[in-house]
Design a protein around this ligand. Structure first.
Ligand code: AVJ
Length: 330
């Protein structure tokens, strides 16, 4: 019997104008030019990302899995009874299932809501969980982070039970430090109350070579993942990107502590037909940024939480000291 998915996408997505197209064009016109990071996560992109998480070089997933394998029981025990757990970007649920099964073993009644952007991948993920769960209920939420935050605010006003927001995989790294602070603050202010909790997994500022290799694997899976974003963009832009015109490049900025993923023009590319004016012209070597992956030292993470009204409860780290899982309360 299939688990339920609730479509929480905001109405404007259903109107005639295409908001994804607008985001793409806005990004291309800005300087430096960018593409929205979420274009990486269509159904194909989610599958490629899942392949990345199985690469040996992509250590954040392995680190987070090792933390959860060791400490899921502690974490489950630290969450309130009868809580509503909402996960931002649940992906394949390989990691989350460790927590859900720990909650089940502790017989802790929990309503788990898995939010993601692709309903087909979401369906596979939630229906791949053990169908015999008695204490943990599982429901899918189809929408963006923004839709999720608004949904949570409504859930908050309807129920007085504790809310827990789960944000794994160092996805927070895709926001700049300031944007991460605003994003978390907005959740705290609009959707949560005192006693609610956040569980956040964050990659550390590790050895620059190791970080760079995590985003530049020998099999070229990351390259495929990033370049697939152009296929997704093409579905909203009348196929303006010719895939052979673009190549992937990853750069790690050691001082700032972030990795950037770019599309590099392989020859002179003219998209002025669709992006009017000079910003539609990309000479060979020109770059379009699609992703940043910010890393946090434990100190930087503490500063971030402090700015957002989140109080540290506990922190679990992997044996190699490369990754942290934070439990925080509002
Ligand atoms: C899932 C957003 C955390 O930025 O490390 C992996 C995505 N991009 N390889 C990251 C990603 C390239 C990943 N996050």
């Amino acid at each position: 019997e299939a688990r339920r998915i609730i479509d929480i996408r905001s109405k404007k997505d259903a109107s005639t104008e295409d908001p994804v197209r607008k985001d793409i064009l806005d990004g291309l016109r800005s300087s430096p030019p960018t593409l929205p990071t979420y274009i990486l996560y269509d159904a194909q992109g989610l599958q490629l990302f899942d392949a990345i998480t199985r690469l040996e070089c992509y250590y954040p997933t392995a680190s987070e899995i090792s933390i959860l394998t060791q400490h899921a029981k502690d974490l489950a025990a630290s969450l309130p009874d009868n809580s509503t757990v909402v996960e931002l970007g649940c992906g394949s649920l390989v990691k989350t299932r460790l927590l859900l099964y720990a909650l089940e073993r502790l017989r802790k009644k929990t309503s788990y809501y898995a939010l993601d952007l692709s309903s087909s991948e979401l369906k596979k993920a939630i229906n791949g969980l053990d169908s015999g769960l008695k204490y943990v209920s599982v429901i899918g939420l189809h929408g963006t982070y923004d839709d999720g935050r608004k949904w949570l605010a409504r859930a908050r006003s309807k129920s007085s039970g504790p809310l827990v927001v789960l944000w794994l995989g160092s996805s927070i790294g895709n926001l700049s430090r300031d944007d991460a602070a605003s994003f978390l603050s907005q959740f705290v202010k609009e959707s949560l109350v005192a006693g609610d909790m956040f569980v956040i997994g964050i990659d550390r500022r590790n050895d620059p070579d190791i970080v760079w290799k995590a985003y530049n694997d020998d099999l070229g899976i990351t390259r495929k993942f990033i370049l697939n974003g152009l296929n997704h963009a093409n579905r909203h832009l009348d196929q303006v990107f010719r895939l052979e015109d673009w190549e992937y490049e990853g750069v790690y900025y050691k001082r700032g502590g972030y990795h950037e993923a770019f599309y590099i023009a392989q020859r002179d590319v003219d998209m002025r037909g669709i992006v009017e004016n000079e910003s539609g012209h990309f000479p060979a070597g020109a770059r379009i940024r699609v992703e940043q992956s910010w890393k946090y030292s434990p100190r930087e993470a503490a500063i971030l939480f402090d700015r957002c009204g989140l109080f540290p409860v506990q922190r679990w780290t992997d044996a190699a000291g490369m990754y942290d899982l934070h439990l925080l309360h509002v």
